[in-house]
Design a protein around this ligand. Structure first.
Ligand SMILES: Nc1ncnc2c1ncn2[C@@H]1O[C@H](COP(=O)(O)OP(=O)(O)O)[C@@H](O)[C@H]1O
Ligand SMILES: O=P(O)(O)OC[C@H](O)CO
Length: 497
């Protein structure tokens, strides 16, 4: 048990790997971050090179660790983009295919078939998820069904499956530990969220050998040690959680009814529902928030696939901006989008529509529309999509949220934060440390090694940066939101919304 030193968080996101050192006050001491390649082999498909992810993560980890004396890191916590599916060879440790990323739509047809076979109600009841290509289960099935050599190795126990937490734990640990935390496992569509075990019925239906699955463990607890920082001083890996659940923890949403929204590549609103899973009737997901000891907390989640990624697309796809930070001034340079709406359904639509085949669309363009209108419409779309989720969440829980805690890369954009407060009519609360994801993983690891004493100590560490209060009248907000719903209805024209 130690109280001195630091906790090192490894935050493996969709677009970059980060390593962040936290002190006992929960303050950031050092950070290193590096982007890695996004691979788009076909329209709608998204892959990552799992080896590259590991190398980049290792590099930033070493960079940050070199800033403090050897032996001062009390523990490592891992947090990661969820659902992204890696299959690797148990003997060589090499990936057998590129990682299939959570955004990838390649299993859309497979999901339709499984729905036609009537599997969705059973899957929903057992896993809390909807039958969508988002989750790992159909991605893993696709790999096994498409590549005979992967199936053959899996049948012989030579191919291992994991989400990115498992992949990092395997690579980091002495003795190659093959494990996952229960919050990540709950995103695979293979875990029974009531028993917290891999579900045999689903494995049989999907044709997935149980031997390739990692051991499911609590989110706070010892996974193993890494000797990669210093061979003389192995550091315990003492916590792991999916990035959205880690952010909920890092935001201090420990009690039922507390919610946060993370604005990264996508937007993910999670609402803590306490120790019982609540099954949604409105397209929300039921997910494991974390497990600490025997106590398991659950959350209702709304997942928006494209948020900050639309800004990246304006930068990399269109070359319209040089840097994400430019979008704030551009959005403020016009009073309104003047009727332009941007539906960034690049990867289909998530909560509450679950339309894997929807695609992006810009409506309301006139000859007077310019770059600033388009950029503003893209930022506004992030806020509208979050409101779509909040509406169903409030409907589901019967509770009107009075404040929304926010974090993630895009909360730097104060135009977006103010617009969000106006669109939702809630106080948007931004903490001092907006790296809530990394902080949550640090908290989980720190609790396991006695670096922090318990939840009440963690609650004291919260620092507030700014609260955005609604400023626009309801008439303005409702008119703007109605325009968004109209734009969306063109995309979902086959369905009533
Ligand atoms: N000032 C900004 N305005 C709008 N979006 C931003 C801004 N700064 C960063 N972003 C967006 O935030 C995202 C990065 O946030 P981050 O939390 O690091 O994401 P992830 O963990 O998903 O990789 C990018 O998609 C980027 O476009
Ligand atoms: O990489 P992020 O932070 O956008 O998170 C991605 C989510 O975990 C996908 O479910």
């Amino acid at each position: 048990m130690t109280k001195s030193g630091y906790i090192l968080s490894l935050d493996q996101g969709t677009t970059s790997c980060r390593a962040i050192l936290f002190d006992r006050e929960g303050a950031i001491i050092h950070t290193a971050q590096q982007e890695f390649r996004q691979i788009f082999p076909e329209p709608g498909w998204v892959e990552h090179d799992a080896d590259e992810i590991w190398q980049v993560q290792l590099q930033v980890m070493k960079q940050v660790a070199a800033q403090v004396p050897a032996g001062s890191i009390a523990a490592i916590g891992i947090t990661n983009q969820r659902e992204t599916t890696v299959v690797w060879d148990r003997v060589t440790g090499k990936p057998l295919h590129n990682a299939i990323v959570w955004q990838c739509r390649r299993t859309s047809a497979l999901c339709h078939t499984l729905k036609e076979q009537g599997l969705e109600p059973m899957i929903k009841q057992k896993t809390g998820l909807v039958l969508d290509p988002y989750f790992s289960g159909t991605k893993l099935k696709w790999l096994l069904d498409t590549f005979p050599h992967i199936r053959e190795k899996a049948d012989k126990g030579e191919a291992l499956f994991g989400t990115i937490d498992s992949w990092l734990i395997w690579n980091l640990t002495e003795g190659k530990v093959h494990a996952t935390d229960v919050s990540n496992a709950s995103r695979t569509m293979l875990l029974n969220i009531h028993t917290l075990q891999w579900d045999e019925d689903i494995l049989v239906k999907f044709g997935i050998p149980a031997a390739m699955l990692p051991e499911v463990r609590p989110s706070s607890g010892l996974y193993g040690h890494t000797a990669l920082l210093d061979p003389q001083i192995p550091v315990p890996i003492a916590g792991a959680a999916g990035d959205q659940q880690a952010a909920l923890f890092g935001q201090g949403c420990f009690r039922e009814g507390m919610a946060k929204n993370t604005y990264g590549t996508g937007c993910f609103i999670l609402n803590n529902t306490g120790d019982k899973p609540v099954l949604s009737k409105n397209g929300l997901l039921t997910t494991v928030a974390w497990q600490i000891g025997d106590r398991v907390d659950y959350a209702l989640e709304g997942s928006v696939f494209i948020a900050g990624a639309v800004i990246q697309w304006l930068r990399d796809g269109l070359g319209l901006i040089g840097d994400a930070a430019e979008t704030e001034a551009l959005a403020r340079s016009v009073d309104d989008t003047e009727g332009v709406y941007f539906v960034p359904a690049f990867a289909g639509l998530g909560t509450p529509y679950w339309e894997p085949d929807a695609r992006g669309m810009i409506t309301g363009l006139t000859r007077a529309s310019g770059k600033a209108h388009l950029v503003r419409a893209a930022l506004e779309a992030i806020a509208y999509q979050s409101r779509d989720v909040l509406e169903v969440m409030q409907q589901e829980t019967g509770v009107r949220l009075s404040e929304l805690r926010v974090d993630g890369g895009a909360v730097r954009n104060e135009f977006l934060m103010q617009f969000q407060a106006d669109m939702m009519s809630v106080s948007v609360v931004r903490p001092k440390v907006t790296e809530s994801t990394a902080l949550g993983a640090a908290f989980l690891a720190g609790l396991a090694v006695g670096f922090w004493s318990g939840l009440s100590e963690l609650e004291q560490l919260k620092g507030l940066d700014r609260v955005f209060q609604p400023e626009q009248g309801e008439a303005y907000s409702e008119a703007k939101y109605a325009g968004w719903r109209r734009a969306l209805s063109y995309q979902l024209s086959r369905r009533e919304i």
